[in-house]
Design a protein around this ligand. Structure first.
Ligand code: XIL
Length: 389
């Protein structure tokens, strides 16, 4: 619908509204009532049931990362998830620190509750993450490389088996690619995992092989950030190609796509095209999408310096519009690429986003819903391609 058609509809609705109110009070309605339109409130920021997931039904699942508390105490959040999303990722409670705080000890209760909620509501679950150098207890990294391997394989076998048939995809390894091409370990991150495996990349093979053996049907992903930047992407593709060439069971690449307003949409989409260009049958998931309203330089992320000034509670309307346009360009681009099978936001509402505390403490507005659980322009931009931003 174009602007004029929308305006006409609003005028008509406005006239009808005044007519009803006028009639209800038994008052005469002046013929010129349509001229009073400027008094009308703006269109309410609500969304038709299924508008978001429905828009992309034939393309990909639409997901959000959440915590258990959100579905237990905030019924509004649960309601939104059920109506608008077809996939859920556990923001934290499927990480090693949560699932196995001590060796051989498993705490599946919280993750199971999330899985039960999802199953009860017909929402798919994306698993995040089997291996990471963060949010992982120290015990994982102790002992000889053989001990590290045995322990990792047992952990992955136990966890993937526990969720077998319930989790459609797992981030098997998270952030194993280095940010620094001149690292001696490049293209691999010189992480605790790399070191514990005897200064080797072998732990990546161990993880994928154990996951495949435990569940042959779930999709196995290598997940990382900054694939929208060429250097990181080149290194990631080298790691992925090496896995494929050696027959390690990988099904897809997860692009975190933690973006900001200054990020380049074409490059974010090129990350998908470059995986497709491997012609290896890999699929792509966008796993942690958010768009920070700040445009921070690299040193803000590395040392917390020179970060953009906080907007406080007053983010400019122009910024919210730019963000909406960027979301639309991204979703449209994802939908045009058949290898994209899942697109997940890293959070549901702005107030719950991890970006309020990263890279520095500062209110951020990176998601599709505001703190009052109202849809933002970004939501309208992606769920209704005719919506005028
Ligand atoms: C973040 C969570 O959002 C935070 O709540 C937690 O404190 C730290 O981890 N990349 C990832 C995610 O792969 O697991 C991270 O999630 C965000 C960056």
């Amino acid at each position: 619908m174009n602007i004029n058609a929308r305006l006409r509809l609003k005028l008509l609705a406005g006239a009808a509204f005044f007519a009803l109110v006028g009639c209800g009070r038994g008052k005469e309605l002046p013929l010129s009532s349509a001229a009073v339109v400027p008094l009308l409130p703006p269109s309410p920021p609500t969304a038709a049931d299924g508008a978001l997931k429905g828009q992309y039904e034939s393309n990909f699942l639409v997901g959000a990362a959440i915590g258990l508390a959100q579905i237990q105490s905030e019924t509004e959040d649960a309601d939104i998830l059920v109506k608008q999303f077809s996939s859920i990722t556990a923001e934290n409670i499927m990480k090693p620190q949560s699932l196995s705080p001590a060796e051989g000890v498993y705490n599946f209760a919280d993750a199971d509750a999330l899985v039960n909620f999802s199953e009860a509501n017909g929402i798919a679950i994306r698993g995040h993450t089997l291996l990471w150098h963060r949010q992982t207890p120290d015990y994982f990294f102790q002992g000889t490389p053989i001990e590290v391997k045995d322990r990792l394989q047992k952990y992955i076998t136990d966890v993937v088996t526990h969720f077998k048939g319930k989790v459609y995809a797992w981030d098997v390894v998270n952030e194993v690619v280095t940010d620094n091409g001149s690292d001696i370990t490049a293209p691999y991150r010189n992480s605790r995992w790399y070191q514990a495996a005897g200064n080797s990349k072998d732990y990546i093979d161990w993880a994928f092989e154990a996951a495949r053996a435990a569940d042959p049907d779930t999709k196995l992903f290598l997940n990382d950030y900054n694939t929208e930047t060429s250097g990181k992407r080149t290194r990631l593709l080298a790691v992925v190609k090496d896995l494929i060439d050696r027959g390690i069971p990988i099904d897809g690449v997860g692009h975190q796509h933690h973006l900001q307003l200054s990020s380049n949409v074409d490059q974010a989409l090129k990350a998908i095209d470059d995986v497709d260009a491997l012609f290896s049958g890999l699929i792509n998931h966008i796993t942690e999408l958010d768009i920070s309203v700040y445009s921070d330089p690299g040193e803000c992320f590395s040392s917390g310096e020179n970060c953009a000034t906080s907007y406080g509670d007053n983010v400019p309307e122009s910024v919210i519009n730019d963000q909406a346009q960027m979301y639309r360009d991204l979703f449209t681009g994802f939908a045009a690429r058949p290898s994209v099978k899942s697109v997940s936001l890293w959070g549901l509402t702005d107030d719950a986003s991890w970006l309020n505390g990263f890279p520095v403490e500062r209110p951020n507005y990176p998601l599709l819903y505001d703190k009052d659980r109202k849809v933002k322009k970004a939501f309208q931009a992606v769920s209704d391609l005719n919506f005028v931003i």
